[in-house]
Design a protein around this ligand. Structure first.
Ligand code: PLP
Length: 368
């Protein structure tokens, strides 16, 4: 366990909260947590669940009506055909990733993913007994991994391609053609694909999200990870999902039964509120985040005389910076996450998911 690090974003949050408690005004560009009011349907369902007489354990794989609603949410958007047996409710996307890896990996098998990556990937892979194999991608390629990069990284022990479309930290969004080419390459190499799609509803400028679930020819070896955290601004509720082959899902439920016992009943009911109103609930978050994205880039480009394009998805701006994020937090009271946490030194990640006021005042403090 000595080799594991607490999540870098959680560590930034902890330091930020410590300073806030001491009365310091902090500009939070650290956590990618959409700060918006919840859609009323979410609140209503949560309230109803709280007011019920008791709160027995929920089924370990999730409330049946939520599993069905989650499957419907996928099928509606992507034309796939998931049912309850192919759907599991988890404690956030993070546990879905862990459980899928724990089920699929034999000790010492490798998992390939693009770097920069979401900071938890390497340690989740290690916790599940695997070996992380990051593949560096560059800004010149719009931070996207290409089929040839993937194939080049595959060795005898490589089992899984962990794919993040709607990328944290770069905002890279893959087209349907690009997704298909990667799935074809993974199939050619005999890999499983775990597709982290937790930002699927947070895509901008009318783009259509391309999910790995819309390719029936690859369905047998694809596990989709989804979440309510970002899509519906419900990070604190801890509700995620995985979709895939019923045997995999059954084993993931077994992992849950000996670890988390599934996520809370109240949270699941809240998620049901979100998924049965998925379009307006997601639009509410997307519109608020789009407004902040535009304000962030307008302010940043004006202050620094730059011309950075806006990312197509997610909540982040990944940029080269000089100096340490620790010092920036101490001196400017601006919380960022250092690029090293994403496997890319010399960069930092700004999240633009906080208030508009924080964006303008925080970027000015950063410039000063
Ligand atoms: N995957 C990516 C790329 C993320 O950015 C996050 C959260 O920041 C997650 C998965 C997990 O989110 P959660 O466990 O809150 O659903």
């Amino acid at each position: 366990m000595r080799e594991f690090q607490p999540s870098a974003t959680n560590a930034v949050n902890a330091e930020m909260n410590r300073m806030r408690k001491a009365g310091v005004r902090i500009y939070n560009f650290g956590s990618g947590d959409p700060a918006v009011s919840l859609h009323p349907a979410i609140v209503r369902e949560a309230e109803l669940a709280v007011l019920e007489k008791g709160s027995p354990y929920a089924p370990v794989g999730g409330l049946l009506e939520l599993r069905q609603a989650a499957a419907d949410w996928m099928n509606r958007r992507y034309g796939c055909k998931y049912g309850i047996e192919e759907t599991v409710v988890t404690c956030g996307g993070k546990f879905a990733l862990f459980a899928a890896l724990a089920v699929l990996l034999d000790p010492g098998e490798e998992v390939v993913f693009a770097a920069p990556y979401w900071p938890s990937y390497p340690d989740i892979v290690r916790l599940a007994g695997g070996i992380p194999k990051p593949v560096a991608v560059t800004e010149d390629c719009a931070w996207k991994i290409k089929p040839e990069d993937l194939l080049q990284a595959v060795g005898k022990k490589t089992k899984i391609f962990l794919f993040n479309n709607g990328c944290n930290p770069t905002g890279a969004l893959y087209t349907k053609e690009e997704v298909k080419a990667l799935l074809d390459a993974a199939a050619k190499a005999g890999l499983w694909v775990i597709s982290d799609e937790v930002y699927s509803e947070i895509v901008y400028d009318g783009a259509k999200y391309a999910s790995c679930s819309s390719f029936p020819e690859h369905a047998a070896r694809v596990v989709i990870v989804e979440s309510c955290s970002k899509n519906f601004a419900m990070a604190g509720y801890r509700v995620g999902f995985a979709f895939g082959d019923p045997k995999i899902v059954k084993n993931m439920i077994a992992v849950q039964s000996q670890t988390t016992t599934g996520t809370s009943r109240v949270s699941q009911r809240a998620a049901l509120g979100a998924l049965t109103h998925s379009e307006p609930a997601a639009k509410l978050v997307r519109d608020a985040m789009d407004k902040r994205r535009r304000l962030f880039f307008k302010t940043y480009n004006e202050l620094f005389g730059t011309n950075f394009p806006m990312p197509s998805s997610a909540l982040y701006f990944f940029v080269k910076i000089e100096g340490s994020c620790e010092e920036i937090l101490k001196k400017a009271h601006v919380a960022l996450v250092p690029g090293a946490a994403f496997g890319m030194e010399g960069y930092a990640r700004f999240a633009f998911s906080e208030s508009e006021e924080d964006i303008v005042e925080g970027l000015n403090a950063f410039r000063d």
